[in-house]
Design a protein around this ligand. Structure first.
Ligand code: SF4
Ligand code: MSK
Length: 637
């Protein structure tokens, strides 16, 4: 197998990896290789640099130091490091949610004219959840109150986050009993930092339980606010056809790659690119038009709502620039490699940062301001158009690969799609599970990581799951990986799904793998699971459900936070490579065994995607037995 094939299963990526090699340009896989061997203390989580008596590290072989200078054990150090990862992940998601809430408030106050309420139905649902009176009020008035309520959840000191009430009652009661119901989003994150300051919380169990609380403030707080308020501002997604992979870059067009996470800018950029003056200018500059494509989760946001093509997932961000066809890459926050700046300098590509929170040295910054969203979007696109003349045609290598897909599923529209227009209900899903046609549901989410063959973990796992009649929902970079493999097409059911799942997909015309959005949209999965419980017949709490989660190629701290809010919600969740906890047997046992008896969910680490899929299937079967469901209708596999 060639080197490029070992690095990625995606043919387009393989081609660009070879291009980088031919041009002697170092990219993420090369940097990963030069980093070997990576620090074993870091991998095991037993390095502490929390205070200036350290850094301290525990000898994993039991021969050297077993305590830090302050006396902290490996258990304390591992748990504290893990809690800080959860805090950072939760902060990233939640700050994204805060930005969306601020944009909604500006729109409601008439200060951001490029935004408005695009989903009055959801607006009213969320307003009702927040206890806002609706009578006689106009959309924008309600939107202002919703935005203020949402913003108040960040600084709330006591009580419970409002969206917690959307979980099944039994799950809520358990959280209350355990003391892990989040009070306020910022409060839980700040408390993580306090507890992990030198000389505060030393009890690994107590530390991890606060991790659960913080993660819940992400999944049922910041992320859910981001999803719901984005749906209000930009409209809820509906099933939509699109294309994915580097082949969506067009040879004769001005190519603009929008990369990052927040839809506030990208949603307006999509409209700005349709501006007649800019298209005219592009043609004057020798291009046929303007081609906006997405990367990572911004891609998912634009894909879900507008069908904008996705150029790829996390490990493809450098590969897009390597095609020599990208006039401009605009980035906001999260998952943007610092390496892009130097790489863009090797090509004509202009890199533009837009968030005051994420500037890169030497890179042009055009600060985004919601009050001038369209004006700023047009300024950026104009720069791309003017840069087209600097493209060096002889350096352009665009892989041909593209794949069709259907995206745009949500917890609100899945019942319509499956239940029919006049029977909007989760009943067919519940009945499918109860009758043994469907085994259960799995959420496969998260990033790419050069420590795993690119896209291999996601796609092999998902194929194995659907073969065994597990309906799969995907988000983030996993969604893009599976889309590239053709698994997000309805036809994929015929080729890959087990008989039971295939029958359902054929009857309804859906793919066996449903794209439900970006990283923050994992909150859609929580809502879908809650609705399935509410529908009846499958237990009373989330942990009763025959469902499982996975992040086979995880990379970011956000993935850790997501994993923890799924586990805290009662879901068995498999990570590919282990979290940095193996330096403490006690912490490892606590999160991979003991938590199941406490919250109903637990972690497993399994890098082989087929074995990992079977851990999930075994868990789903265990839950089916617990619910005394019928045996599976078909024996696949
Ligand atoms: Fe070392 Fe303790 Fe300071 Fe950590 S907190 S660096 S273990 S002395
Ligand atoms: S972009 S967090 S690499 S999924 Fe949301 Fe992808 Fe992971 Fe970033």
């Amino acid at each position: 197998m060639s080197d490029a094939k070992q690095k990625s299963v995606d043919v387009a990526s393989q081609q660009m990896i070879e291009q980088a090699e031919a041009q002697n340009i170092k990219i993420v896989w090369d940097r990963y290789d030069t980093m070997q061997p990576q620090c074993g203390f870091g991998q095991l989580g037993i390095c502490c640099r929390i205070c200036n008596m350290g850094p301290c590290r525990i000898d994993p072989f039991g021969e050297g130091p077993q305590k830090g200078v302050c006396g902290a054990s490996a258990d304390t150090i591992v748990a504290r490091n893990l809690l800080r990862m959860i805090a950072t992940g939760a902060a990233a998601h939640s700050d994204h949610g805060r930005d969306i809430a601020e944009a909604l408030l500006l729109a409601a106050e008439g200060k951001a004219h490029d935004y408005g309420v695009n989903n009055p139905v959801r607006l009213r649902e969320i307003a009702t959840l927040y206890g806002i009176k609706l009578d006689g009020k106009k959309d924008l008035e309600i939107a202002g109150e919703v935005a203020l309520k949402a913003l108040s959840e960040f600084g709330q000191q006591e009580g419970e986050l409002r969206f917690i009430s959307r979980a099944p009652k039994k799950t809520q009661d358990l959280w209350r009993k355990l003391g892990v119901t989040p009070r306020g989003i910022d409060r839980e994150i700040v408390e993580c930092m306090h507890r992990t300051h030198m000389g505060v919380d030393n009890d690994y169990k107590n530390i991890i339980m606060h991790g659960l609380r913080t993660a819940l403030s992400d999944g049922w707080g910041g992320s859910m606010i981001a999803t719901e308020l984005s749906d209000i501002l930009f409209g809820a997604p509906n099933p939509i056809k699109s294309k994915v992979n580097l082949g969506v870059l067009k040879e004769n067009y001005v190519n603009v790659v929008v990369h990052g996470h927040e839809p506030t800018l990208s949603d307006v950029v999509v409209q700005a690119a349709e501006d007649a003056e800019l298209i005219k200018l592009a043609k004057k500059n020798g291009a046929e038009g303007i081609n906006i494509v997405g990367m990572c989760c911004t891609a998912n946001e634009m894909l879900m709502r507008h069908g904008i093509h996705s150029a790829g997932n996390f490990l493809q961000q450098e590969l897009a620039i390597l095609t020599g066809s990208v006039e401009l890459m605009m980035v906001d926050v999260q998952c943007i490699m610092p390496a892009l700046a130097e790489l863009a300098n090797c090509f004509h590509t202009e890199l533009i940062t837009t968030s005051p929170k994420a500037k890169f040295p030497g890179v042009t910054h055009i600060g985004f301001d919601e009050k001038r969203a369209m004006e700023i979007s047009k300024t950026i696109i104009k720069r791309a158009v003017e840069n087209f003349k600097n493209r060096r045609k002889e350096r352009v290598v665009i892989p041909q690969e593209t794949m069709d897909l259907v995206a745009g599923f949500t917890a609100e529209d899945i019942p319509y799609i499956i239940g029919g227009k006049y029977r909007s209900t989760w009943k067919p899903v519940n009945e499918g599970i109860i009758s043994g046609r469907l085994r259960g549901v799995a959420g496969v989410v998260g990033c790419n990581n050069p420590n795993v063959r690119h896209d291999f973990g996601h796609t092999e796992m998902v194929k194995e799951l659907i073969k065994n009649d597990v309906l799969v929902v995907v988000t983030g970079c996993s969604a893009i990986a599976n889309a590239k493999m053709g698994l997000l097409k309805p036809e994929a059911a015929l080729k890959f799904a087990g008989n039971g799942l295939r029958e359902i997909c054929e009857a309804v015309g859906i793919p066996p793998v449903l794209h439900v959005g970006s990283c923050v949209d994992n909150s859609r999965i929580l809502i879908a699971c809650s609705k399935i419980v509410e529908e009846g017949g499958l237990g009373e709490s989330l942990s009763d459900l025959p469902v499982a989660g996975a992040a086979p190629e995880w990379m970011s701290e956000k993935a850790i936070s997501i994993g923890f809010y799924f586990v805290a919600s009662g879901v068995f969740t498999v990570f590919g490579t282990p979290q940095p906890v193996l330096g403490s047997q006690k912490v490892t046992d606590f999160i991979t065994k003991d938590l199941e008896n406490i919250v109903g969910g637990k972690f497993a680490f399994e890098v082989d995607p087929i074995k990992a899929a079977h851990l999930m299937i075994a868990h789903i079967d265990k839950k089916r037995q617990g619910l005394k469901l019928k045996p599976m209708m078909y024996q696949n596999g």
